[in-house]
Write a protein that binds this ligand. Structure first.
Ligand code: URP
Ligand code: ZN
Ligand code: ZN
Ligand code: ZN
Length: 460
């Protein structure tokens, strides 16, 4: 039996933290506590004195090997999951896009084929519904029974991804009747398309126009409308990538009424801001992602929303396109710049540094937002998201005295930039274990190939 003893570290769970030893056998945690007296034999012992032991990160919002806006995201399941592992994330839930003209079940099978044998950490999918063809909802039960217990819909990108309100209502009521969840991208796509057309007509075709075409109210209106439609459908709802103060207020009001509304925000909305759109030339394309980055006031409202529990999850929305690819497609018209940015590798250390070390979050809250809560929300607890007996041996060894310098030149993401270029952060991720196997050491992937397992997720 392969056994691993992580001794003397400071074990952090969302529920509390303490100095403890952790014993992992055959991929699972079998004991947590003061194990020195047990004289454990046959175990590889790793001295973790002075280190934090965190549950492996759970990132429930990534787009790997994913078709988007006429191209494909630059990380596939191999490069993307290796980058995730190096950054302390041991579980992903990726978006399986519906292929235009194809059924949900066959689109899901196609996404499985991209991940099988390539992913190096455990993963699951959300099923994106972009075309509610006749019979689409009849496939929901099969999708859910296969372990994909959540769907995603878009309120923006008319003509490619967007559902109308009636279709959204239908997805919500059919999914909730089966115990499934629906994740929604909330932006008023039609208003955005008008604003964007005006900007182009006025000759403002550069990437900084992306932000101007998507003002905060286009998110807030969509959030408020989606909450109302979810109520009509008697369905819970999960908002992905919220970016505005008004969205936080709308979610808080719904939650105060005990409506089943959950909200996520992303690393970049918490740590970057709209000033990056003022950069010269094509530079702003690096942060052409949706919704756009906002002002510092919105950013602070998001941190307050996390502390208040209004927003429960921090994901990366890792949707990487190289700058050269953004330029190739969108140099003449910002509407053609593929939307998205990288982040799966840096979510954990950026949140630790900007959240915990800047005094905005407790260690326990940091673990909750980046691992425990997303695992609970999407049916992966108690296997994922905690360091407890019975959980998978997914553990991050973080050195609080270390330093991390982020740079495109050294990152594992298959990208020619990172929005965190040159950031020097307190703390370093020394080692990452996935089901007891050492998979990353000091930012280098050292695990075996294709070892990731598909996680069948439970319904609510
Ligand atoms: O810019 C983003 N977020 N691209 C990915 C697609 C999405 O909306 O999540
Ligand atoms: Zn989205
Ligand atoms: Zn996304
Ligand atoms: Zn490239």
């Amino acid at each position: 039996m392969a056994r691993l003893l992580l001794s003397g570290g400071h074990v952090v769970n969302s529920t509390g933290s303490r100095k403890a030893d952790v014993l992992v056998a055959d991929g699972s945690i079998v004991a947590v506590g003061d194990l020195a007296s047990l004289s454990i034999v046959d175990a590889e012992v790793v001295d973790c004195a002075g280190k934090l032991l965190l549950p492996g990160g759970v990132d429930v919002h990534t787009h790997l090997d994913s078709p988007m806006m006429g191209t494909t995201t630059s990380d596939d399941f191999e490069s993307g999951t290796k980058a995730a592992a190096c950054g302390g994330t041991t579980t992903l839930v990726d978006f399986a896009m519906q292929t235009p003209g194809k059924s949900l079940v066959s689109s899901l099978a196609a996404h499985h084929a991209k991940a099988t044998g390539k992913a190096v950490i455990d993963y699951s999918f959300h099923m994106c519904v972009t075309d509610l063809y006749d019979g689409a909802t009849d496939e929901f039960a099969e999708v859910i029974q296969s372990g994909v217990s959540s769907f995603k819909i878009f309120m923006a990108y008319r003509g490619t991804l967007m559902l109308n309100d009636g279709d959204m209502f239908e997805v919500l009521r059919k999914s909730s009747a089966l115990g499934g969840q629906v994740c929604v991208h909330a932006e008023n796509g039609d208003v955005i398309d008008r604003l964007a057309a005006d900007l182009v007509a006025a000759g403002k075709t550069g990437p900084s126009s992306h932000e101007i075409a998507r003002p905060p109210s286009t998110e807030v209106e969509a959030v408020e409308r989606a909450i109302r439609i979810a109520r009509m459908a008697d369905s819970p709802l999960y908002f992905v990538h919220l970016s505005t103060e008004g969205a936080v207020e709308a979610v808080a009001e719904a939650r105060s009424k005990e409506w089943a509304i959950a909200g996520e925000t992303c690393t970049h909305y918490l740590t970057l801001d709209r000033s990056l759109y003022d950069a010269p030339g094509f530079e702003p394309a690096k942060v052409v992602l949706t919704p756009p980055l906002r002002t510092v006031e919105h950013r602070e409202a998001l941190w307050r929303g996390l502390r208040a529990g209004t927003l429960g999850v921090v994901s990366s929305d890792h949707c990487p396109f190289c700058l050269e690819e953004k330029r190739r497609l969108g140099e003449k018209d910002f509407r053609d710049v593929p939307n998205g940015g990288p982040g799966v590798e840096h979510r954990m250390i950026v949140m630790y540094a900007e959240g915990v070390r800047k005094g905005r979050l407790t260690l326990e809250k940091f673990v909750d937002l980046t691992a425990a809560a997303p695992a609970r929300q999407f049916g992966m607890a108690p296997r994922k998201g905690s360091i407890e007996t019975g959980a998978d041996g997914d553990i991050v060894v973080l050195d609080p005295d270390g330093t991390t310098v982020i740079s495109a030149a050294t990152q594992n993401q298959r990208m020619d930039y990172t929005p965190y270029e040159g950031w020097e952060l307190p703390g370093s991720i020394d080692a990452v274990y996935s089901r007891g196997e050492l998979v990353a050491k000091a930012g280098t992937y050292v695990g075996s190939q294709g070892r990731g397992q598909f996680l069948r997720r439970a319904t609510a």
